[in-house]
Design a protein around this ligand. Structure first.
Ligand code: DAH
Length: 439
């Protein structure tokens, strides 16, 4: 889990499928990277990184040197580098360019198209749509341009994938707001894959998909209403998004929650009452004036929203595990060949889980996100969940953690031998890469 910080809303942002405080008021509680990376081999990225080394392990498969899918061409060397300021593993590189959101017969693509339909029906030809912008963005675009404070926890190497100190894999589609506004776009939707380091369970995966929406108003739009620009934009935003929620979920009960995002003021979350639970659907708000001023829209006001497509798709299609979105198993993919909302996923089988515990003395640099990255590096999508089940500090001040790893394939039964082999490799990698002492 990401470093938890002072005065942070303890709950997930939900919208975006991350357990870290992210774009709320999470302030980083450790020194900036320059300090962290000036120290020894125990630093985060240097210890995690394995690029460029020969395949020493039989479980390590060769990685293509260029991903070329959906029109995006990115070389492995552009992304994975054997440098302490790079924390991108091959498992992440192989996801770049997959573009699940551009597949019309995939739940993520179907949901994107359903949202497009809503905007096309209600605002004919108004919104420009972008779904092919490169996920490699500058730190400036990802954070500074949307006013994420310099000490915000989401900037840490523990939470974000850095290619180098100035370049990241975008951790939200908000990374494109400022540039598109500067280019003169006034109404747009941006859909894309986003990347976040996180822990492992059935709703968290380090790559997922978001859609961002922005609408700019000119003074002439609100002046005759007798309202100020902010009130006008906030009302329009709520009306638009309530309509979107009804388009996707039907006649559901909804509520608005006040919240904080660095890029909007006021900021809101929309929740819907679905299957006897309040479900967070999206984050949104009236764009900070500073963002408009810097992008040449000083007289205008705007609203913006961001929503996590996996979260909504899991609910809309009854998909029980986020790993399924990446499955090429025909028993999954064939169920979405209709390309329409409204169908429910029929699980083809639930294979037995296998639990393995591991205990170790942690070091100061230990984080759960780093542990999860190492485990994913070995077990890939065969790992379903990693949970801390015991935690104590002895009289000498040494802290021990015990984690339970759940292995389960979505597609087949795993053999004992295979699981033992995975677990053995996980133990070896955890010990060598994370500077911990196994017990
Ligand atoms: N970028 C936010 C996130 O990933 C989501 C979001 C919230 C986007 C509010 C927005 C917004 O444009 O106005 O957590």
């Amino acid at each position: 889990m990401a470093v938890m910080a002072i005065a942070v809303v303890a709950q997930s942002t939900g919208v975006v499928l991350s357990k870290s405080p992210l774009f709320r008021n999470g302030i980083r509680s450790f020194p900036p990277f320059s300090v962290r990376f000036s120290s020894s081999a125990s630093t985060v990225s240097s210890t995690l990184h394995s690029a460029g080394k020969p395949c020493r392990h039989k479980w390590r498969t060769a990685v293509a040197s260029l991903v070329e899918r959906g029109g995006v061409q990115i070389a492995r060397d552009d992304v994975v580098r054997d440098e302490p300021t790079n924390n991108i593993p091959d498992t992440i590189f192989t996801k770049i360019g997959m573009q699940l959101h551009r597949r019309n017969q995939h739940p993520i693509g179907i949901l994107k198209n359903a949202i497009y339909d809503y905007f096309d029906t209600n605002y004919a030809n108004k919104f420009d749509k972008f779904d092919d912008l490169s996920p490699i963005v500058s730190v400036k675009e990802n954070f500074d341009d949307v006013l994420v404070p310099p000490d915000h926890v989401s900037r840490s190497y523990n939470d974000t994938y850095y290619i180098d100190p100035q370049t990241v894999l975008r951790c939200h589609t908000s990374a494109h707001q400022a540039e598109l506004l500067s280019k003169g776009y006034k109404h747009f939707l941006v859909t894309g894959d986003v990347y976040r380091r996180d822990s492992i369970d059935s709703t968290h995966y380090p790559v997922f998909h978001q859609m961002e929406g922005v609408r700019v108003f000119r003074p002439i739009d609100w002046e005759s209403s007798g309202k100020d620009g902010t009130t006008y934009a906030a009302e329009d935003l709520k009306k638009c998004l309530e309509g979107l929620a009804r388009h996707l979920f039907g006649a559901v009960e909804m509520r608005w929650i006040d919240t904080y995002f660095p890029f909007t003021d006021p900021s809101f979350e929309l929740e819907i009452y679905f299957k006897e639970k309040w479900l967070e659907v999206l984050g949104c708000g009236v764009t900070e004036q500073e963002i408009l001023n810097r992008s040449g829209n000083a007289d205008d006001v705007a609203w913006a929203f961001g929503l996590g497509l996996e979260r909504l798709a899991m609910v809309l299609f009854d998909i029980p595990d986020i790993r399924l979105f990446w499955s090429s198993d025909e028993r999954f993919t064939s169920q979405f060949s209709g390309g329409q909302l409204g169908m429910k996923f029929k699980p083809f089988s639930k294979y037995p889980p296998c639990y393995k515990d591991m205990s170790f003395w942690i070091s100061e640099s230990f984080t759960e996100n780093n542990l999860c990255e190492v485990i994913r590096g070995v077990a890939g999508d065969l790992v379903e969940e990693v949970t801390l089940i015991d935690n104590f500090t002895n009289k000498k001040g040494m802290t021990s953690h015990c984690y339970r790893i759940t292995y389960r394939s979505m597609e087949r039964s795993l053999t004992d031998e295979e699981i033992n082999d995975l677990q053995w490799n996980v133990r070896e990698q955890v010990e060598s890469k994370l500077n911990v002492v196994l017990r």
